[in-house]
Design a protein around this ligand. Structure first.
Ligand code: ATP
Length: 314
């Protein structure tokens, strides 16, 4: 179990993490979700004792990382897959790690087998593809058979096959009863991988919920409606209490997006006022759209021109 309480990290004037409190339970994959710069890596580094919190605590199985007697046997972490010595073979790299942590050499062959690298164990790690490096990184995290695992953006840059492999592997580790925390900036990926979600934006907690609840809440319906009488349509819809925004993506011009509405309601309101419609379509919000809306106020950097779409969502 990982327990984060009031965790805060300031880098000079930047508050990278602000009063963050959450618990990561064993037996399931927990997704740690947030846009770039939200503070995910900093939080993970504090959990692992690599960064000192400005305030608050992060405990692994009830203890701060530095108080763990055999850290590698308690927690495994994959923060950056490309840190291995390029001229060392995969096996030599793991043997060196095992030796410096009092782990029996027999475990090296075991973890190589677990991640499917037995065949290339003697090859230099510097020549590995990203997918293979990622597997080697996983093998290293598993050396001490830890109960707690942290992965920072493990599928970044991988091909679809590599992504599916890592996803299944993490789910298997969780099914074995381990605590698995995986960071990502992609809700769609986490929806497939995780059971629980901790969502942050600008270092603050936004949601701590099951994936199912988060997805259900996020994928509310909207209606897209195109009309040559846009002004009349807009005032008819808003006077019925509906929230409307311009559809900036429409190439044909003159389209509105009506939030939390059905095509029946929009059609009826337009018909009642004799407004001509050229198009009326229900849209199921994409998960990423919903995520953007939810974290919109907390996104540190985003493209110009999207503020009006994302603003005020929280
Ligand atoms: N060593 C540091 N010195 C100064 N600022 C830092 C440092 N590390 C992180 N930050 C800042 O803290 C904030 C959070 O960064 P962090 O890397 O934790 O976010 P993240 O959610 O992991 O993002 P990404 O997915 O882009 O890695 C950012 O504003 C970042 O610029």
């Amino acid at each position: 179990m990982i327990e984060v309480r009031g965790l805060t990290k300031e880098f000079g004037p930047t508050k990278a993490v602000e009063d963050l409190t959450f618990t990561v339970q064993p037996g399931m994959v927990t997704g740690f979700l947030g846009p770039n710069g939200a503070g995910k890596s900093t939080t993970m580094r504090m959990i692992l004792g690599l960064d000192k919190p400005t305030a608050g605590t992060a405990l692994i199985d009830g203890k701060p990382y530095h108080d763990l007697k055999q850290p590698l046997r308690t927690v495994g972490a994959l923060l950056d897959a490309k840190w291995v010595h390029p001229n060392r073979s995969a096996k030599a790299h793991l043997q060196w790690m095992a030796a410096s942590n009092g782990i029996p050499m027999s475990r090296v062959d075991e973890v190589l087998r677990l991640v499917g690298l037995t065949e290339v164990a003697g090859k230099k790690a510097g020549g590995f593809s990203l997918g293979m490096s990622q597997r080697l990184g996983l093998a290293a995290t598993l050396l001490g058979d830890p109960k707690v695992l942290l992965f920072d953006e493990p599928v970044n840059g991988l091909d679809p096959e590599g992504i599916v492999w890592i996803r299944k592997f993490m789910q298997r580790l969780a099914a074995e009863g381990r605590t698995v925390l995986v960071s990502s900036h992609l809700l769609s990926e986490m929806a497939l991988t995780a059971e629980h979600l901790v969502v942050i934006g600008r270092g603050r907690l936004i949601a701590d919920t099951t994936v199912k609840q988060f997805v259900d809440r996020s994928s509310e319906s909207t209606v897209r409606v195109r009309s040559p009488q846009l002004d009349a349509l807009r005032s008819a819809l808003t006077s019925h209490g509906l929230t409307v925004r311009e559809d900036g993506t429409s190439e044909l011009g003159g389209a509105l997006i009506v939030l939390e509405a059905t095509t029946d309601v929009v059609g009826q309101i337009a018909g009642g006022q004799g407004i001509v419609l050229h198009e009326l379509a229900a849209q199921q919000g994409s998960l990423e759209d919903a995520f953007m809306k939810l974290t919109g106020d907390d996104v540190q950097y985003h493209a110009a021109g999207v503020d009006d779409v994302m603003g005020g969502a929280l």
